[in-house]
Design a protein around this ligand. Sequence first.
Ligand code: ADP
Ligand code: G6P
Length: 483
Amino acid sequence: MGKTIIISNRLPVQLQISNGTLNAIPSVGGLATGMKSVHSGGESLWIGWSGLTDEDTPEDLEDDIDKALKEHGCAKVKLNSEEIDGFYYGFSNRTIWPLFHYFLKYSEFELNYWDTYKAVNQKFADAIIENSDEDDTIWVHDYQLMLVPQMVREKRPNTTIGFFLHIPFPSFEIFRTLPWREEILEGLLGSDLIGFHTYDYERHFLSSVRRLIGLDVSFNEIYLDNRVIKVDSFPMGIDYKKFRDAALKHDSKNTEERSDLQIRLDNHKASSPGSKLILSIDRLDYSKGIAKRINAFEYFLQKYPEYKEKVRLIILAVPSRSNVPQYQLLKREVDELVGRINGELSTVNWTPIWYFYRSLPFESLIDLYTSSDIAWLTPLRDGMNLVAKEYIATRTDKSGVLILSEMAGSAYEMNEALLINPNNFEQQADTLKRAFNMPLDEQVSRNTFLQKRLERYNVEVWANEFMRSLKEKRELGKAFISE
Ligand code: ADP
Ligand code: G6P
């Protein structure tokens, strides 16, 4: 039996060079954090972009880079800055990302981006061929690499290929606006199994296949030439044990072992008894609804002024895709909103919003998760949203309230959370009030259900189910061909 080859644009570590020294830092984002746990537990090779462009890489460091990546079980695809501009900042993040998250007005249809996307997808496909054998299983990830399955299939007709999309697949009416819609579908159809987080995304994809390329689709199988392609939903889980154990370790720390962040959080609690911390954590991305959330928070304080000085909103936003204009605009908007609201409402004892714009180490995330009474996540669209799951996993005493947008894939599995429409300020203000006052036994009862489900359907189970289904599919496919 061959090995598993994982392939994604983002590797689990990002390489950076500072003062001539190579550093590997963990990648942020659901794909990297989720797959990292799968990768470290098994026998796999992970192929992707190192985070450095050719121009950033002195030749004499090439060997060190390969060595650093090898230590993490990874191999690199080399990309120059022009390729990164057209493929990553361009087609991936200025065309597909906004379109698939229903931000049609942000989506740019540029031939140059498309050409570079094709060329770079071919580079990834070539890297797979170079680093794998016929009997290996190839698992391709996400919207940056949608042409790769077909490109590999052309050279390796009998190899087993799975594809998983970590973002929403939009409805046919949205997807049909893409000038290269048929090519994208054909690229994906090089796979044996195509996975989505939810049944809705799966349905949208099948509907596009039927209506745009007129293929024969029966239930969740697509018939193409002499192949059967299976489409299914696999909601991604988290490394439950990792978060749980980290939270337990956090609980057992003595006063001297606390981090500076934890001391600040504890001081807040000590100085304002009865007050509550509301947490939100996201990449700084317009799909996450950060600006709307801040406006909704202001509205909550206007509607229920008795909560002034009783709540504090912590916003942790990790810098993301900062070369894309919409992300720059959002950064400015969030800075201004936080500045204005804090300026208008702060008192000697109270700052309504604590805003951190940076990536934080894992231990600091745990400090935040375990210290916050409420997590408030309001994406306008989100493929899954793992932060919601991570928050629940760290609540060792089962206290805490999760307020979650119904537009997040995770909302489908987290019915015991308080689900909200992020565009409805009235509902959110009332929900914040409800969360603030929720009796402890109700919190415990809701979180007991949520934790059980997260523990059972963890990321390992998710990956195993995908791989099992992929192998099963290939066996059936072989039988189908030989009939
Ligand atoms: P997305 O994949 O769109 O970024 P998710 O919520 O699914 O959204 O995944 C985000 C992942 O990134 C989570 O695993 C979370 O722990 C991690 N993360 C988010 N913000 C930070 C941060 N500031 N520092 C470090 N890790 C972060
Ligand atoms: C989402 C996408 C991933 C991506 C991550 C971080 O989770 O589904 O493919 O890696 O965001 O974005 P970035 O552009 O930094 O890779």
